[in-house]
Design a protein around this ligand. Structure first.
Ligand SMILES: Nc1ncnc2c1ncn2[C@@H]1O[C@H](COP(=O)(O)OP(=O)(O)OP(=O)(O)O)[C@@H](O)[C@H]1O
Length: 262
């Protein structure tokens, strides 16, 4: 009888012995080091830690926005550390989605055109451009901002702008969505709007890595890792989020964070 061969699911993102040292300081500063991390396909991972612990640096080095000074980063099994600058730009444009605390949209373009911009840059030919435009419209509909597509970027709320950032990050259908403090500049109702959008993205099967200071946001993740002095010192596995257990999950996370001195 033929036996079915079950393969271990591949990680969407892996890093081994990842390190980043800044040589601009005297002496040089190792900001992150010795990081081993596997992010599963479809996993929502939150990265927490005190200010200055290296969370953003880790995210920049995992996403190809910066190059580590040691170790390896594999995105969809491809070693980012071996890519030249041109290949790396292409990966950043098409395989990685990025959401920051600020939207960094062009003031001269309306909301929809800002979302469309990276997809047009990635498209080759009219057909791909038309497909990208259709994806933009579907994403804007899905995240409730279709009606503000023609508005200027100063004519929408902070929550709408961050939902537009999420649309822009998803328009090229990346393999991993990275978010660095996506709710850091928002009030609590807009934070909920944006976290509902990210939870929706995750439910659709996306892999997300998010840096946050906010336990209520981190409680939405499947797993939380805690950084101290550039090292992962602990992690907490939660499993799939369900809104009903939000309070318990947040309390559990806060207790864990207190034990870690957060
Ligand atoms: N380009 C740089 N050159 C030298 N040191 C840097 C550079 N960028 C960041 N650092 C230092 O690296 C350390 C980690 O910074 P990082 O922004 O990754 O921390 P963080 O945990 O994200 O902090 P926060 O929560 O305040 O955003 C800090 O001490 C910071 O000053």
């Amino acid at each position: 009888m033929t036996q079915a061969v079950t393969q271990a699911p591949t990680a969407a993102l892996e890093c081994r012995d990842l390190a980043k040292t800044y040589y601009s300081t005297d002496p040089p500063t190792e900001v992150v080091g010795g990081i081993d991390l596997d992010v599963r396909q479809g996993e929502f991972l939150a990265v927490m830690g005190a200010s200055g612990s290296g969370k953003s640096t880790l995210l920049y080095n995992l996403s190809g926005m910066d190059r580590p000074t040691g170790g390896r980063v594999l995105l969809e099994g491809r070693d980012l550390t071996s890519l030249d600058d041109r290949e790396m730009s292409r990966v950043r444009l098409t395989r990685v989605g990025l959401v920051f605390q600020q939207a960094y949209f062009l003031r001269t373009l309306n909301v929809r055109d800002n979302i469309l911009l990276p997809a047009l840059k990635a498209a080759s030919g009219k057909r791909q451009a038309a497909e990208a435009a259709a994806r933009v419209d579907a994403l804007m509909e899905r995240f409730g901002i279709a009606h503000v597509g023609r508005h200027g970027i100063t004519q929408v709320s902070g929550g709408q702008l961050q939902r537009a950032s999420i649309c822009r990050a998803l328009v090229c259908e990346p393999s991993v969505l990275f978010a660095d403090e996506p709710t850091g500049a928002l009030n609590s109702s807009m934070t909920k709007e944006v976290m509902d959008a990210l939870t929706d993205v995750h439910s659709g099967g996306a892999t997300i890595v998010m840096v946050t200071h906010d336990p209520a946001c981190a409680a939405r993740a499947d797993r939380v890792v805690f950084l101290r002095d550039g090292r992962i010192v602990d992690s907490r596995e939660f499993g799939t989020w369900s809104g009903e257990e939000a309070g318990r999950r947040e309390d559990d996370l806060i207790t864990w964070l207190r034990k870690l001195g957060f």
